[in-house]
Design a binder for this molecule. Structure first.
Ligand SMILES: *[C@@H]1O[C@H](CO)[C@@H](O)[C@H](O)[C@H]1NC(C)=O
Ligand SMILES: *[C@@H]1O[C@H](CO)[C@@H](O)[C@H](O)[C@H]1NC(C)=O
Ligand SMILES: *[C@@H]1O[C@H](CO)[C@@H](O)[C@H](O)[C@H]1NC(C)=O
Length: 339
């Protein structure tokens, strides 16, 4: 999580991994063990090495110890799910809810495909709900008092009235809260359970400003449909970040090439929209060339200077983020597909 600056459904309220790391112990390429900083919340003493190693994907050193901040667990919570006529309606509703200032703890989007799957393949408690098979927003609320949380939930209908809401699901108690939210949690597993033997799932993510989210999700879904393969979208809509999962027979080289092309188009589109090629899965091997498009050669060059200084022999997670220079003696790890 530290190495990819990871995040998930809670990032909307609490920020990403980097916001929670106080300090790190790192083993450097030459065997030295360093600690990045001391305890206080504030410091302007020197470079922030903690943030250099957060998100470095293990290419600058090995993280062996992490000290994290703690958060207070909210006393009261609530969950609601609303379905919409279209992705555009759901995204517009999401941005209205965010701007209304109500105390949202998480705001997630699942598309029509994913809603259909949880109705058929979710756990028993989830299937019982009989979901509306339209793009849906999953909303989590939290706060110190029940009155406050209930008050926020009761405003939802008014705020999104003009966005063609279809069906509302409100949790009346803790059990119902966990059943509603379980549908979001089970998204990945319901999909993998559908995967025929020999097929692969290519799961990828990008992030764009939230004002462009509906547009990029719509185009990406359309392209997935045109390929004639299974494609579903699940999004951390509050952060403008979404995942597309494409399931297909990787033994078909022509199909594989088309999927790869579609994914590259999605990356380019995200950049055109002032977004990023990875909201939370990082660069690894598959997105190396996209990183150059996102940051430009001068920035990449500076990153490589840092890499070269800390790891001159390129032994730290070789072949990730940057290609290993040809004059080094390291052979990069073999390339894998899917997950
Ligand atoms: C890292 O932070 C923890 C918690 O504040 C502290 O106990 C520890 O001494 C710090 N490590 C270093 C090397 O400063
Ligand atoms: C240094 O970076 C870490 C990780 O990104 C962050 O949590 C911390 O707030 C930063 N510290 C300062 C003083 O900027
Ligand atoms: C971590 O992610 C946050 C949010 O995406 C971003 O603002 C920050 O720059 C990232 N930090 C690092 C060190 O990668």
């Amino acid at each position: 999580m530290v190495s990819t600056n990871c995040s998930g459904t809670n990032a909307f309220r609490y920020g990403t991994m980097k916001d929670w790391v106080i300090n790190l112990t790192i083993v450097l390429a030459d065997g030295q063990i360093i600690k990045t900083r001391r305890r206080p919340r504030k410091t302007s003493a020197g470079y922030n090495l903690t943030s250099l190693f957060v998100g470095a994907e293990g290419t600058l050193g090995i993280v062996t110890e992490v000290t994290l901040k703690l958060a207070v667990i909210p006393k009261e919570t609530g969950v609601a799910v609303v379905s919409f006529a279209s992705i555009a309606d759901a995204a517009s509703a999401a941005s209205k809810l965010i701007r209304s200032g109500i105390s949202l703890a998480a705001i997630e989007l699942m598309d029509d495909v994913q809603m259909r799957i949880i109705n058929r393949h979710g756990s028993e408690a989830v299937r019982k709900i009989q979901w509306d098979e339209n793009p849906s927003l999953f909303l989590k609320f939290s706060g110190p008092t029940k009155e406050g949380v209930d008050g926020d939930i009761s405003q939802v209908r008014n705020i999104i009235e003009s966005n063609n809401p279809q069906k509302y699901f409100f949790a009346n108690n803790k059990d119902e809260e966990s059943s509603l939210w379980a549908a979001r949690k089970e998204a990945l597993w319901t999909m993998t359970s559908l995967k025929p033997e020999g097929h692969t799932i290519w799961s990828t993510d990008v992030a764009v400003p939230i004002s462009r989210l509906a547009e990029i999700v719509d185009i990406s879904k359309k392209e997935g449909k045109e390929l004639g393969i299974f494609a579903s979208v699940v999004g951390h809509v509050g952060d403008g970040n979404f995942h597309e999962a494409l399931m297909y027979d990787a033994k078909d080289p022509a199909l594989h090439a088309s999927v790869e092309k579609a994914i590259h188009r999605m990356m380019d589109r995200a950049l055109e929209m002032e977004g990023t090629v990875s909201g939370e899965h990082a660069i690894g091997m598959g997105k190396m060339h996209c990183l150059v498009n996102e940051l430009g050669p001068d920035t990449i060059h500076t990153m490589k200077l840092v890499k070269q200084a800390l790891d001159p022999k390129w032994i730290m997670n070789p072949g990730k983020v940057f290609t290993v220079p040809e004059d080094s003696n390291v052979s990069p790890a073999p390339r894998h597909m899917g997950f």
